[in-house]
Design a protein around this ligand. Sequence first.
Ligand code: NDP
Length: 463
Amino acid sequence: MADFDLDLFVIGGGSGGVRAARLAAQMGKRVAIAEEYRFGGTCVIRGCVPKKLFVYASQFPEHFADAVGYGWTLGETRFDWPTLVANKDREIARLEGLYRKGLDTAGARIIDGRAELLDRHTVRVGDSTLTAKHILVATGGRPNPHQALPGHEHCIFSNEAFDLPALPRSIAIEGGGYIAVEFANIFHGLGVETALVYRGKEILGRFDGDMRRGVHEAMEAKGIRILCHEIFESVQKRTDGRLDAQLKSGGKETFDQVMLAIGRIPNTEGLGLEKAGVETGVKGEILVDDHSRTSIENIWAIGDVTDRVQLTPVAIHEAMCFIETVFRDNPTKVDHEDIATAVFSQPEIGTVGLSEEAAQERYGDLEIYRASFRPMRHTLSGRREKMIMKLVVDAATRRVVGAHVMGPDAGEMAQLLAIPIKAKLTKDVFDRTMAVHPTAAEELVTMYKPTYLVRGGERVDPS
Ligand code: NDP
């Protein structure tokens, strides 16, 4: 058997790569991990973590306004963007340090540099080459640059949004997915005049229809302009530095910034994949089997670079399955069923399992339990925002196959709802579960009667 320098070489120091490298090193394997930018990857450096901090920052104006109904009188409030950016940077640096420390303590060799495959066992970083028995590619993705859009070079993407030198007075965001919706709310909350431009009929495709409509209405009620069935045809820079955006419908509008959030593409260029014989798909994504093995037996890929489900916990799960399969002699397929997720829109969405639309396609007849109410917190604040809770039940088995929440702490609820859904529990178990009072979540176990049934594709009255 060939003698290699390492048992495992990991390319990419994001959520998936770091977890795999750390676990393998903890097992005493000889591991190296290369990262060309900063350890932590998209999630920590320019994704989930800074985004959530910005979400918190953007929620304060509503908290201030809500406080009045509770008897508070507030003095003058002011927001300072550079302070937020600097504090965010400090926190990100701290987390990056923890990632490095975790790798170091586990005994992994940390390489700061860009790695490239020379063949199926050899990796080059700078002037040095190393051989490894197994190679794991976890290089993530990046925003789709939307090169088809004339003037795309004048636009920003989520990467830049985290570090703008100044907060714009106005912004238009193209896209209707997680990033576009989350950033529209962030910018609006921070006082920026915000427009969302989406090509389809309703934002947040793939989510449950009630959640999509609910968030759309709530965002508009706050003052975010949402233009559906619309796309930018071009973006031009004016002499004053502002941007003229030409819309498909004919209008032209001027914004301080235009942000594009139309999906993310895998980072596979210049990795030497072709030299090693690793096959990629139409978007450049690395093709893998259920165990995250590529077309080459000893090369594996996890996370966004495989374009399966672009979520941090999924990449981490894939990393753990990889470790089981490769180093613990326990072949473990990745499980992408019933992934709970949250959109940190305002109001937020927490969801797990199937939307009503998807459940109808898979199961046919359904029972739908739905409640829409004003959360207690807003009784004194006077805020009119509603909360929506919805359970989607397969009529034949009474199994709850989807749970959807829109409102405060929806993401936290989705995490807990993920357990009964993963355990394939029935609505009867929900009904037997004691409520926690007074909470918003108690609604999830007290919706005893279906709001409507779905029979043969039609909504029918349950009575
Ligand atoms: P999404 O896939 O969520 O959304 C992309 C959006 O862009 C869709 O609305 C899509 O429209 C639209 N779009 C695609 N192509 C074009 C085009 N050529 N012109 C105009 N619009 C277009 O991608 P995001 O960039 O928002 O986020 C990437 C991924 O990152 C997400 O899928 C998610 O997995 C992850 N993420 C997760 C977060 C979380 O967990 N909270 C937060 C942020 C990101 P259509 O619907 O018609 O296809």
